[in-house]
Design a protein around this ligand. Sequence first.
Ligand code: AMP
Length: 422
Amino acid sequence: MINAIRGMNDILPDEAAKWRFVEDTTRRIFSLYGFSELRPPLMERTELFLRGIGDDTDVVEKQMYTFTDKSGDSVSLRPEATACVLRAVIEHGLLNKDPIVKLYSIGPMFRYERPQKGRYRQFHQINAERLGEDGPLADAETLAMAYDLASSLLGREALLMEVNSLGCKACRPAFKEALQQFLASRQDSLCEDCRRRMHTNPLRVLDCKVPTCKEAVEGAPFIEDHLCDDCRAHYGTVLAGLSTLGVRYEKNPRLVRGLDYYTRTTFEITAAGLGSQNAIVGGGRYDDLLSTLDGPPVGGIGFAFGMERMIMLMGEPRELIEGCFVVAQAEPRVEQEALGVISELRSAGIRAEAAFGKSFKAQMRRADKAGYPICVIMGENEINSSTLSVKVMSGHVPQRTIGRKAVLDEIKSMLVHKGENA
Ligand code: AMP
């Protein structure tokens, strides 16, 4: 019997619904941020990855599926999407047509890694790239988009977003030197790879998972102490932007990422419940990558989601309607008020419905059957106190009473995060 290749999985029909749900949610959320889809091929010239990712990375050094095709060219199955998307942007002159380009792609990646839970040889990523905006708020928005997707699928409680700045061409060399000096004094405790990386790419040593290396770098200098004024200001504004956007984050001064091309903002989202392979999203800014690939000197920022890891954590998706059901006590005054609330919700782009004149129980039943995730409940008490009661239909979240004026914002944010209890 011929089995599938190790680390390459079938997605069987009963799992496919979850995959579709994740893809649909991605398309919906990313289009809210103005991103469009690009679908690059699965295979590229090997040189693209050598130049784009850096030949001193694990991905390129050890994990690429590379072979010579029948015409003698070296080709590789893509281990990540950024280099492919940027190649397409440059090849088709997309930045000449529009100086700001926002793209996403969804599809399989290939890395020859040791398969284990959450780590496969063919796996799928959702990838986003935002090119042509250098300002820090573009970073904040991009991180918020990743956070929105993760939290709408997994809920905020499970997530940890960590952020760092890796500096730029101006300030990183001095940090590298300080780090190299520190590492030289700890050489004997470093693994073989790190003893080599210490000279070629010392930042990568901070990312090594070998326990003796982890211990050895504990007292290493922090890049934040070496940032130039521009990078420091950029980082500060990114963090302020994240707060404005309601993203819960932590600074992690040790966060570096496996690929060489990152500058300034870098981030990762991890999720509880995945064991050691707990990173679901990683990304950051890359101001020099387009020019490295012979493109225009334009900066960008992007990220990649691991779909398998996200799907492992998700419950069964529910077919929910994007909206809320207004349950009104069968009193003319209350029903008139409910009519006003429904109209406000619809004006804000939220689907809303009611079933006037029915009993409370019948209205709730109808809301549930139709698949509304949220009910707004209105009675005499609510009207007298200028409040509304809001009930989440799934799980055991207690009903909440909120001020009449706050209700639109509240329901909008609840709809974005409605997957929390899925
Ligand atoms: P990276 O491109 O290495 O930054 O990875 C981005 C995300 O892709 C990670 O956070 C993981 O969720 C996922 N990922 C990376 N490598 C694998 C793999 N071999 N198997 C499954 N998921 C992966």
